[in-house]
Write a protein that binds this ligand. Structure first.
Ligand SMILES: [Zn+2]
Ligand SMILES: [Zn+2]
Length: 338
């Protein structure tokens, strides 16, 4: 099934022609739970990893938040709760059977702290053939993103690693990659998802516009919202930057002060991949793909709400934006919670 974003309720570049040259394409990934293969683009799916290529481990210090859990327990908890939610529910009766309740309590008790190196886990695998906004370096056609699923000092985020490859050079594949001995929680464990890439147009967030244009748009928005559905005329939510997991395009900030990411070489870094806690929320409902709108109206039918298909949570439902330096693929990427 494809995923289709409706045209924006207002062609904002027709209202403000100054925006037209600032238009950028982005590729919305639309990840949804599934069983991707190493030969497919995915979120949280198996990577096309050459057998003789060392698997990355993290040996950095981790912020201490015991108790820990394991990948197997995160998956068991999700499977248990998903199955329980599928059964008819009766008011006043425990959702879980006694056996399921025992499983959940055992998982919640957790595991003790570890200082062992942590095997990184797959976060995204993106083939350039599927993702028009990927723009890989010369000779590469595949981006693999892994992370260490713990909070690290400084950004309090998982530590991400980017691997660019040519898929044709990966012939003998690693079938059983190392797994972390423990993980911090389920928050940084993506559910295996297939993706449904869709290219859409974005305009800069208000914070990326010059002050004069920003004020004009704010005034327009204040005028228009008295006429029609306020959400449709909200530049930030409906007309500029798409929500959800996406590649390229513009970025936006919520709790964090807006500032450009500058590489130590002096070049302004550009958004590569945005990892989002939700695919949409109350404010960004105009971006819900047509194919998901019926499910969105009946979210109580499943344990996982349709707007959280990946089950990754960054901070208080924020985003993690990975930036790269356009000057050189060798300049380290940065990742911000924003
Ligand atoms: Zn780490
Ligand atoms: Zn640089």
């Amino acid at each position: 099934m494809t995923r289709t974003t409706l045209p924006r309720p207002v062609d904002i570049a027709a209202v403000f022609p100054e925006l037209a040259p600032l238009a950028r394409t982005t590729t919305r990934l639309h990840p949804r739970p599934g069983t991707p293969t190493p030969q497919e683009s995915s979120v949280g799916g198996p990577l096309l990893w050459p057998i003789d290529d060392p698997w990355p481990f993290c040996e950095d210090p981790h912020l201490h938040v015991a108790p820990l859990t394991t990948l197997a327990d995160v998956r068991l908890k999700r499977d248990t709760l998903t199955a329980a939610w599928k059964r008819p529910r009766h008011p006043g009766v425990n959702l879980l059977t006694p056996e399921e309740d025992a499983i959940i309590k055992r998982i919640q008790a957790g595991h003790s702290w570890t200082d062992e190196p942590i095997a990184m886990i797959p976060v995204a695998q993106l083939y350039a053939r599927d993702i028009p906004d990927l723009h890989p370096p010369l000779g590469c056609d595949l981006l693999q993103v892994l992370w260490c699923p713990f909070d690290h000092p400084e950004e309090e985020l998982p530590k991400a690693k980017l691997v660019w490859r040519s898929f044709s050079t990966a012939t003998a594949l690693l079938s059983n990659p190392p797994q972390p001995v423990a993980v911090q929680s389920g928050d940084y464990i993506p559910e295996p998802c297939v993706v449904h890439p869709e290219q859409v147009i974005e305009y800069p967030a208000l914070s990326d516009l010059d002050e004069a244009l920003r004020e004009q748009i704010k005034a327009w928005q204040a005028r228009e919202k008295t006429i029609a559905d306020a959400g449709n005329f909200a530049y930030s939510f409906g007309l500029s930057v798409a929500p959800g997991w996406k590649v390229g395009g513009w970025t936006s900030f919520s709790f964090r002060d807006a500032e450009p990411a500058i590489c130590p070489c002096g070049t302004q870094m550009q958004p590569l991949l945005r990892i989002d806690s939700t695919e949409w929320d109350g404010g960004s409902g105009s971006w819900i793909p047509i194919e998901d709108q019926a499910l969105n109206r009946n979210p109580d039918l499943s344990y996982t709400p349709p707007w959280e298909p990946v089950m990754v949570t960054i901070g208080r439902a924020y985003t993690m934006q990975i930036y790269t330096c356009p000057a050189s693929v060798d300049h380290p990427p940065v990742a911000w919670m924003q």
